[in-house]
Write a protein that binds this ligand. Structure first.
Ligand code: SF4
Length: 513
């Protein structure tokens, strides 16, 4: 379902953040002696990890742990997903809203165990309702299973249909339940690690996922590595997270990224890796670097902040302009604006003040609401702007509505000129890898050239970073998905998807299937 909130925020939206932690179980001796395991309380640890990943999804949050809740056998959640038939119970807590709204101190206390996984969600696949919130938890003959997933499967409908025909019941609309069912089915014969491997060979699209059993945590990344996933260490435990900023938040040390197509299995024997997909080819989402990931994260060995700063430098070289100061659309445009200023020698300044408490509104937006939302969120610094020629830098333009309003506001308070520079190429195609993108006709650059976009947003001048500039900023041309700029994707569009006809994608992708 297209989300109303996306209309208010003129940006692409990441769909989810995932994190998980595994610590060695307490030995029989320490349990007998009543000495607790030397590890952080799982609920609290994952809470801080999820807070650091809040930017990746604000609709719902959840944590599942492998320890039984005090009233063993029942979930703490309103969703009765844990129906353990053995002595092994999981504890699950999830709800709608921000991480800080979903979890109270009391709820975190009962989320105990030596393994836990967590999720923040911003959804395009499936409605924004509690039943679709993650972690999703189920039961196989080998015991309980829980899964969290960031991404979007392009063949989920076909697999769901096949599973339904063979008797599987689905409780949610989420792609992640397809993965859960695939794993649960083959875990019986092969064990969970092999079952995850089989599932990852069957599903297509983008996924960074974490699976929890009663004694094992498994992380997997799709064969193109479209969505990020990294590994950290903390004391004698391991963490998995969408971004390294979540490891920093809990004091963990970054170990490495999960490689595209790799499965990491963490259990009492240590950390093991399953690799071997012959069809692996790295195509990390370039928008992770441009906008989605936090600037303090390092994704696949690259600093997000440095990439953005370099984009700004390259943009200054490609599209110089005479102006009094360079300003960013906060916060996403700041690193590129700093780079632009450094390269051009034009001083960096502040033109817009961001209201950090405006948050997201659940009001059905009218045009007036949207205008007010922008006014509340970003207000010009009149004294700094009046009579000045401003270079306004942002990371991207999607619909162009926000940029149009910002330029109008800067002119209202007396800006002499507003020159817009965008630190990525024009977004002309939608994304179907778990990103909330408008339909193609709503993308301002899908049907307008640069001059027509300039006239539409009423800027004095406009320039986007070139495709070559983006490749240079990323440090390599081929290892990144640039589908929303170029219309060429690492995986074909979902069969029956409107994207196929809208993009002319029937034969247009560079199909690694
Ligand atoms: S099309 Fe590719 S680059 Fe664009 S948002 Fe989607 S995954 Fe990222």
């Amino acid at each position: 379902m297209r989300n109303d909130m996306s209309l208010q925020d003129d940006k692409l939206h990441e769909e989810c953040g995932v994190c998980g932690a595994w610590f060695p179980p307490a030995s029989a001796e320490t349990e007998q002696e009543g000495v607790g395991p030397e590890r952080p309380l799982m609920g609290r640890l994952l809470y801080y990890g999820l807070l650091a990943l809040q930017h990746r999804g604000q609709e719902s949050a959840g944590i599942a742990t492998n320890g039984a809740a005090p009233d063993a056998g029942a979930s703490t959640s309103a969703v009765p997903e844990v129906k353990a038939s053995s002595a092994l119970n999981f504890t699950l807590e999830k709800g709608m809203g921000l991480v800080s709204e979903v979890f109270s101190a009391a709820k975190l206390e009962v989320l105990d165990g030596n393994i836990g996984i967590g999720h923040t969600r911003y959804s395009t696949a499936g409605n924004s309702i509690l039943v679709n919130a993650q972690p999703l938890t189920g039961h196989s003959k080998q015991g309980p299973l829980s899964v969290v997933h960031n991404g979007n499967l392009t063949n989920a409908d076909i697999i769901r249909e096949l599973l339904e025909e063979s008797g599987n019941l689905f409780r949610t609309e989420s792609d992640s339940e397809v993965i859960l069912n695939l794993v649960a089915r083959s875990a019986v014969k092969k064990g969970v690690a092999e079952a995850v491997w089989d599932a990852t060979q069957a599903i297509q699209g983008s996924f960074a996922l974490i699976v929890m059993t009663s004694d094992t945590m498994i992380g997997a990344r799709d064969r193109n590595g479209i969505r990020p996933l990294c590994i950290g260490t903390l004391e004698d435990g391991y963490l998995l997270a969408s971004e390294s900023c979540a490891l920093d938040a809990v004091g963990a040390e970054f170990l490495r990224d999960v490689a595209p197509g790799e499965i990491v299995v963490i259990n009492p024997e240590g950390l093991h890796s399953l690799r071997g997909s012959e069809r692996t080819r790295t195509q990390t989402c370039s928008f992770e670097y441009i906008y989605f990931a936090r600037p303090d994260s390092v994704v696949d060995g690259k600093s997000v902040y440095e990439m953005r700063r370099k984009s700004g430098k390259l943009l200054a070289r490609e599209a110089p302009v005479t102006a009094d100061f360079v300003a960013a659309v906060p916060d996403s445009g700041i690193p590129a604006a700093i780079g632009f200023s450094e390269e051009s020698g034009i001083p960096y300044g502040i033109a817009l003040i961001k209201n950090r408490y405006a948050g997201r509104s659940f009001i059905q937006p009218s045009t007036d609401d949207r205008r007010r939302t922008v006014r509340v969120k970003l207000n010009p610094l009149t004294g700094a702007v009046r009579g000045k020629r401003v270079v306004l830098i942002d990371d991207s333009i999607v619909r162009g509505t926000t940029m149009h309003m910002l330029i109008a506001r800067l002119r209202e308070v007396g800006a002499a000129e507003v020159h817009v520079r965008i630190a990525s190429p024009p977004v002309a195609y939608p994304c179907y890898f778990g990103i909330d993108t408008p339909y193609r006709e709503e993308l301002i650059s899908s049907h307008r050239d640069e001059e027509r976009v300039r006239r539409h947003i009423e800027a004095d001048s406009l320039a986007f970073l070139s495709g070559e500039g983006l490749a240079a900023a990323l440090g390599g041309q081929d290892a990144f998905c640039t589908g929303c700029f170029a219309g060429v994707y690492p995986v074909g569009a979902p069969i029956g998807s409107p994207y196929r006809s809208l993009n002319g994608l029937e034969a247009g992708h560079n199909g690694i299937q």
